[in-house]
Write a protein that binds this ligand. Structure first.
Ligand SMILES: [Cu+2]
Length: 185
């Protein structure tokens, strides 16, 4: 027999079972939002993925690692300015403060997809698993945006790993860099 309570419970269960919108996921006090990646040109060795983590809890958490089936190696990176050059460097972990949020966005923290199995095509999507020190693991669907996309919501600095790599390998640039800073990096 169908009771009002039963109906309410059924509705609540149905709501709970609804999959999160693509690009979003929830894990305890953590909300992952707007996960996206930029499409890559053919033969690009690497790509970048971006998202925002919001921590509604009273304790900080730490993003320890990321993995995705689209690339051989997936690392957490940030950008540092070294001399006149902006470089990407791996980071061990990214802290998400209690009651705060951290953005992985072009020009800053990002997920680096190294050794792409195939180019990231606009309109495609792939799963990205995030591992947090406290909350554990959660998988979010990353949506691939256009080649020059700056993100679903915000602007930022251009981050194109392929172009960056090319820039770093440009002999004229390398010579200038060595002249300025010496050849020992
Ligand atoms: Cu990077």
């Amino acid at each position: 027999m169908k009771t009002l309570l039963g109906t309410v419970l059924a509705l609540a269960l149905a709501a709970a079972a609804l999959p999160a919108a693509a690009g979003d996921a929830k894990l305890g006090a953590l909300e992952i939002k707007d996960a996206w990646a930029r499409a890559t040109p053919p033969k690009a060795p690497a790509g970048g993925a971006f998202l925002t983590v919001t921590n509604t809890g009273a304790a900080a958490d730490t993003l320890l690692s990321v993995s995705a089936p689209v690339a051989k190696t997936v690392e957490l990176h940030t950008h540092i300015v070294q001399g006149d050059v902006m470089r990407m460097v791996p980071v061990k972990a990214i802290e998400v403060p209690a009651g705060g949020s951290v953005a992985l966005a072009p020009g800053g923290y990002h997920v680096m997809l190294i050794g792409l199995e195939q180019p990231l095509k606009e309109g495609a999507s792939f799963p990205l698993e995030l591992t947090f020190a406290q909350a554990g693991k959660v998988t979010v669907t990353v949506e691939v945006q256009a080649l020059g996309a700056m993100g679903p919501a915000h602007g930022g600095m251009v981050h194109d790993p392929a172009a960056h790599q090319q820039h770093m390998q440009d002999p004229a640039h390398k010579a200038m860099h060595e002249k300025m800073h010496g050849s020992g990096n």
